[in-house]
Design a protein around this ligand. Structure first.
Ligand SMILES: [Ca+2]
Length: 379
């Protein structure tokens, strides 16, 4: 495979094409581990004055479509290498299909391990779609407090392209719900944040134990809104009944979590640890695990929730709840005026903009979503 990569690089760079070798970060991907290789091949090919970055880019898949849109015209075209020895994950195939739709004039050379997709400079200029656009929320300014009676006016901008439609969403924070991602706990003596073995988590991933020591602890200060009775919830995934219990402790309580239940192994499960009297302010919560016997399997812990709401169920709702979803609105204007009043509280919003079927996101889906922007409505 290394030899095929070398031959393909030599051929395409000598033809004056910019070569993109996309990889999935942390994907144990051949293209990621071999990213230095062209630096050794290239000087032999093109002479010692050759600058690797001018002809070759080893690039994460999420940046590929944007980089192609920005590819410079002084090349005679581009070539994208596709490692076909890796069937999964499907996102690589999804991005490749989007590439084919955007650049219908592509040609392909099929190797034993690698397919090389080539697009000429004319083919690049005739692209059916483009990517790499950032949508920036502009108003209300980030973290601004708005008077309770003032109308809220949303505006956003993009540094290039046009807009044919948008979809705006506004969420309000429920201050009676404290939602903490378990992967944001400290990682001491063997706990670690992970995200590649299980899917279907919230946040960046989950907390897992890598070391089988009875002293492993993961801690985190959790801000309790005020003194009172709170229900505590934990979301976890246990794979085996291995006799190695996990505990969550906090001010005045200690409870076993993620205990083995034959019907719920290998799936994410929310469990309530019951109601506890908690004082307001920052309080330390800690996960520990005891390894008594046998062959323990890693436990996965996704999130911890503390709430004083009797009717709160974390499997159905979150600490943020949708208060406005415009659906797709056909409009070239990058603004939206909210006519109804919002209750006092903390809000966040985002907008997805579309330009027919031309503007695509990093994964090739239509449209691009802005980052979240936050504001407050005063009492
Ligand atoms: Ca999580």
């Amino acid at each position: 495979m290394r030899r095929e990569l070398g031959d393909l690089l030599a051929h395409n760079m000598a033809a004056g094409r910019m070569v993109f070798v996309p990889y999935l970060p942390l994907g144990a991907d051949f293209f990621e581990t071999e990213y230095r290789y062209p630096r050794y091949v290239a000087p032999d090919l093109l002479g010692p004055q050759y600058v690797a970055s001018e002809y070759f880019r080893s690039i994460p898949y999420p940046l590929l479509l944007g980089a192609l849109s920005a590819a410079r015209s002084h090349f005679s075209g581009v070539t994208v290498f596709y490692d076909k020895t890796l069937p999964r994950p499907a996102i690589r195939r999804t991005i490749l299909e989007s590439f084919k739709r955007c650049y219908p004039e592509y040609g392909v050379w099929r190797g034993r391990f690698i397919d090389a997709y080539q697009v000429s400079a004319a083919g690049l200029a005739a692209a059916r779609c483009y990517s790499g656009v950032e949508i920036t929320p502009e108003s209300p300014p980030s973290d601004q407090e708005i008077g309770g009676n003032a109308p809220v006016r949303f505006t956003w901008r993009a540094f290039r392209g046009a807009q044919t439609a948008f979809r705006l969403q506004v969420e309000r924070h429920d201050d009676r719900v404290v939602w903490v991602e378990a992967e944001d706990f400290s990682q001491e003596n063997g706990w670690a944040a992970q995200g590649h073995e299980a899917t279907g988590f919230s946040g960046r991933g989950y907390l897992t134990d890598l070391t089988k020591s009875n002293s492993i602890t993961a801690r985190r200060q959790v801000e309790i809104p005020g003194s009172g009775r709170y229900e505590i919830w934990v979301r976890s995934l246990r794979r085996r009944d291995d006799g190695s219990p996990v505990f969550l402790s906090g001010p005045g309580f200690r409870a076993e979590v993620a205990h083995a239940e034959p019907t719920s192994l290998n799936q994410w499960r929310w469990e309530s640890l019951g109601w506890h009297e908690l004082a307001g302010g920052a309080k330390e919560f800690a996960f520990t695990r005891r390894f008594d016997q046998g062959f323990p399997w890693q436990i996965f812990i996704d999130a911890v929730v503390v709430s004083d709401r009797r009717d709160f169920d974390p499997s159905r709702e979150r600490d943020w709840g949708i208060v406005l979803d415009t659906g797709d609105v056909t409009s070239p204007e990058r603004k939206y005026q909210l006519l109804r009043r919002l209750q006092p509280g903390r809000y966040r919003w985002r907008v997805r903009t579309f330009e027919g079927d031309r503007l695509v996101d990093w994964d090739g889906s239509l449209g691009v979503t802005s980052e979240d922007s936050y504001f407050r409505i005063a009492r």
